[in-house]
Write a protein of this length. Sequence first.
Length: 202
Amino acid sequence: MSDQTADKVTLCLDGKYRWVYEMSLIRNATIPLLMLKVLLITIVLMEIILLVVAIAAGKDIAEFFVSSLMIIGIALLVLIPMGILGYLIYSWHMGWYYCVVFEMDENGVLHAQQENQVKKAGLLSDIAILAGLAAGNPTTVGSALLAKTNNSMYTDFGDVIRLRAVKERNVIYINNNQVYVRDEDFDFVFDYIKKRCPKVKN
């Protein structure tokens, strides 16, 4: 992340906090760890399905485990290299960075991925305009900012039951959403979210 002022969590005139976060897809392990989690869940589900089939067929359980481990081992030999290659292609396609706009107020937080053709500088400029707008309608400018993004995910603070911060990777897990924040603003954003999630036990 650069140290530009607009990168900071900024309170805009419409009462919403906004910031842009540009995460390295190579140096930050958040997305690879998510992919690994999905792979492990897939393996466990595959093992359960094979176990059900083996029991239904009346096969010996010890024999089943040996054969199923061989099947899973072969699957991993195929899936892991394909996953690594796919991730590298995705990272290259994204320019090695995942750029996201965040919009947060008293009610919830919005995570919106930028479209490939939109430059980070343009998003930062829009946030600076929202922060310093002296006249006009800040809501219109905010809508224009979000129009440049896609793949958005909104989380209502009242629905949050899982909240976890991993400061070393600059990520806050909030239900199924992920909020990325630079070091300087991390504690502020985490505390802001935590205070507004009544279902999360402190």
